[in-house]
Design a protein around this ligand. Sequence first.
Ligand SMILES: [Zn+2]
Ligand SMILES: [Zn+2]
Ligand SMILES: [Zn+2]
Length: 339
Amino acid sequence: MNELRKDLIHGRWIEVLSESKSPSEYLLETVKRSTETTCVLCQGREKETPKEIASIRRTGTAPNTPGWWVRAIPSFKPLFQVEGNLDRRAVGIYDRMNNIGANEILIESPEHNIKPEDMGLDQMIRVIKLYKDRVGDLSKDLRLRYIFIFKNSIIDPCRESFSHPVSFLIATPVIPKNIKDELDYAKQYYDYKERCIFCDIIREELKVGERIILETRNFLCFCPYASSFPFESWIIPKRHNCDFHAISGEEVEDMGLAIMNILQRLKAVFKTEPPFNYFLHTAPNRVPRRGQWHTLGDDYHWHLEIIPRLIVKSGFELGSGLFIQTTMPEKAAKYLREV
Ligand SMILES: [Zn+2]
Ligand SMILES: [Zn+2]
Ligand SMILES: [Zn+2]
């Protein structure tokens, strides 16, 4: 029988089908990648991009010249603008504000044709350090409420997409809805139980074991009990902290290993690299406001979510918000664990 499962962190119900689809039942077209001949993100074409905001580079090399390992630049087509103020106001019964924020492209390698799972641990560590550096820098801007880092491996038809390995950063003057839901449910749970819901989930998953893909010294990688997407996987630090920026040096290394390992497993299970997104969920910028964020340090717990893009959500799912899970998380974890 199919079952309804409640996702405790987002407060939504998911229908999990009893007949799980195997990896081979998802149709995957290989993503067509453009070549390095036209790519301005490659090493040597630094003058053709907006001026770099940050980089990790060989000592003695100047910004905007070759010699970098990872590099952050402003977006070519920003969704949000850095300059100006929010100018919040009412329009009739509605609310509006200016699109103040930041959009950055985080270039993960000088090499064009490298995949994150193949770039090697040293390079992956630099990528995570760049994430940390940019979050730390932008969290000082009090106009910004949320700093969102994500990766698209698919070509996005209406936004910037590159065949070069990149992540993106978008900082917004509002807390996006999915994050807000997580924060609200985590706080509700904490108010009631005085425990972090994510720490409770880690304990439960370690006890049950069947949804675990991989456990490292500092991280747990698992398929959530009521995930919305098939083969969705989370990488969560075992040490409680609400803020990704507080990641330790040892955790950076371990997180790099975990990301590469999960991406390699997905590739092995699907016998090709499935398109995917991953994104960081971390605490918002804590702009002091009456009564807010009192317990955030205790109730929220940062993590990384990896979502292979295997399906298109149906009209029922989009319209109702009740998602159908076509591969039971226990089975997805087993495929990924045993591959
Ligand atoms: Zn390139
Ligand atoms: Zn926790
Ligand atoms: Zn999350």
